[in-house]
Design a protein around this ligand. Structure first.
Ligand code: PXP
Length: 247
């Protein structure tokens, strides 16, 4: 059964909008765990626009699920990861002007630097994942440079119209199969919500989905615990044929 990583960056966004202390993403993560989160995911951005260093350190100390630290492959971030020792580092692309992560990391064009980063983190027992587009060359390169995991970017699937969405789903499905054949473990995320998640959740070989915005948005209405519980219910009882027929 596919797992759920809850991305709590948007809770920190609300706090940082006023540079104050609330809402605090740390206790809210504990409620997300009660709702069924298998992983808590945070993106410590270089400009610290939402998650702060203190959040990551406290989460490491208190959560009972897994901590997935998303970050750029910079020396500063690698040093922080070595101190914090998250359960996984996911390397993501980062541009200051973007609102959220846009597209996967181009692992192919940066393979030498990324290979070094993987080596450093692996030497301290921290597994590494790369957030990539569902493109074979990217997957092959992830394997070549020693990654254990990939996180497939589902943003294009999420934003596609209904006809195109079926094609994007097939791409995700095929990429998952190829990644598994290469010996990689596969997560996915970005833009997934209560309406579009089910077909992705039933892709064979998919291990965990990282979902942030839609869960935090629903949490404003029903609370985080219930919002996570509802998403988990969808992942565990997907109505396989509701959108695209059998895949
Ligand atoms: N995975 C990665 C690598 C991300 O950067 C994000 C967004 O922060 C997500 C998953 C979650 O995306 P969303 O907020 O659209 O659910």
């Amino acid at each position: 059964m596919v797992g759920l990583g809850v991305n709590i960056d948007h809770i920190a966004n609300v706090r940082q909008a006023r540079s104050t202390l609330e809402p605090d993403p740390v206790p809210i993560s504990l409620l997300a765990e009660i709702g069924g989160a298998d992983t808590i995911t945070v993106h410590l951005r270089e400009d610290r626009r939402h998650i702060q260093d203190r959040d990551v350190a406290l989460l490491r100390a208190v959560i009972r699920s897994r901590l997935n630290l998303e970050m750029a492959a910079t020396n500063e971030m690698i040093d922080i990861a070595l101190q914090i020792k998250p359960d996984m580092v996911t390397f993501v692309p980062e541009r200051r002007e973007e609102i959220t992560t846009e597209g996967g990391l181009d692992v192919v064009s940066q393979k030498l630097a990324l290979c070094k980063a993987v080596e450093i983190l692996h030497s301290k027992g921290i597994p590494v994942s790369f957030f990539v587009d569902p493109v074979i060359q990217q997957l092959e390169t992830c394997k070549m440079i020693g990654a254990h995991w990939v996180e497939l970017h589902t943003g294009t699937y999420a934003e596609a119209g209904s006809k195109q969405q079926a094609l994007e789903l097939a791409r995700l499905s095929k990429s998952t199969a190829i990644a598994r054949q290469l010996g990689l473990r596969v997560n996915a995320g970005h833009g997934l919500n209560y309406q579009n998640v089910e077909p992705v959740a039933i892709i064979k070989g998919m291990e965990e989905l990282n979902i942030g915005h839609s869960i935090v948005a629903r949490a404003l209405v029903v609370g985080i615990e219930e919002a996570v519980r509802q998403m988990k219910a969808l992942l565990h009882n997907p109505h396989c044929n509701s959108l695209f027929g059998s895949i």
